[in-house]
Design a protein around this ligand. Sequence first.
Ligand SMILES: [Fe+2]
Length: 397
Amino acid sequence: MISKSRDALSTAVSPRLYSINRPPSLTAFKKLCSEETLTEQYPLSAAVESNVPIYDLLNFDSNDPATATSLQDEWHHILLSGPGVFVLRHMYFDTAPLEKANSIFQKIIDAERSSSSKGDHFAHHGKNDRIWNSFSKHGLQDPVSFVDYYSNHWLALVSEAWLGPGYRVTSQVNIVRPGGDAQTAHRDYHLGFQTTEECARYPKAMHIASQFLTLQGAVAHSDMPDGTGSTRLLPFSQRFEEGFMAYRLPEFNEYFLSKYVSLPLKMGDGIFFNPALFHAAGSNQSLDIIRKANLMQISSAFGKTMETIDSLILIEQCWNTLKQKYDSEGLSYGVKAFVSAVADGYPFPTNLDRRSPAPGGLAPETQQQTVLRALQENWDKQHVLNILHRIVEDSEA
Ligand SMILES: [Fe+2]
């Protein structure tokens, strides 16, 4: 065996891990975050405000594939290489589904208020209401409203732009009353929910990869004028490779507080950002405006969602509404968007003894494919549920 000198060993390759003893460079971070967003780079945007591209979706037909692809190309570029965040004005052009959802959310909040066991990882009790897993609770409480809300084609397009197909939607409602505090600057799931010490155990490459596993977003369920605490954002900060090691350090937080931007939103607007972007909810300094948002965390088929979704119960609840929608619209973009939101679009993990790949394919049929087939072949509700239950059971070890 050939023994190598200590020097030869240390120079062979660079360390795979970041060291918690070597703080990231604030100078490099400042340089990165001083970039400017060029309007010419995103020709479909209506404006660039505070370095954030704004799209007015009233200008576009989501059903036109060429338009959709061009928008998705711009959105993907913004998230990956650009400022990391964009606003979709009029994502819900008709705000009636949001009004309806608000009334359902209030019912859920009232019912949960008696429980004191719930926690919120940022807010103090009293100024803030939070519904964890509002996605599932909405669907169980009012399937008609749920189908209407999640049939939004723009939601499908923006999710696919970053994550590709097979994504999973989870959401949480956040309601902040006047006087509600700001959050501290942070990055989001996956690595954003680990301690610095835990982050330091993951290879540097995973610090980059983490951003590709989630799309972070919010739909405004109330107007959010200046002063109500619309999300604070630091454009371009998602590109800082050591960001998960940096965001808790006081000097990075100070820089965030001196440089962040925030944009007023109208009810029905959406905002989407790379989960590695430094961001924080602002403080609600208004006297009488309650800020309401449905926070969306959309997961790659290759990641793990932070919350559990029981698709079968939701499909069971929503089947009649979905079937009626299909019968009147056919396989519309809205129907497909809803199926993408509610059913699992990825066939693994599974049990390959029981679920062999489809003939000529490499993967067994997914829940989404099954639901779409059931609609097109006019299966009755019990049959589709039986098949979906069998998929779940056969996938177990
Ligand atoms: Fe966050």
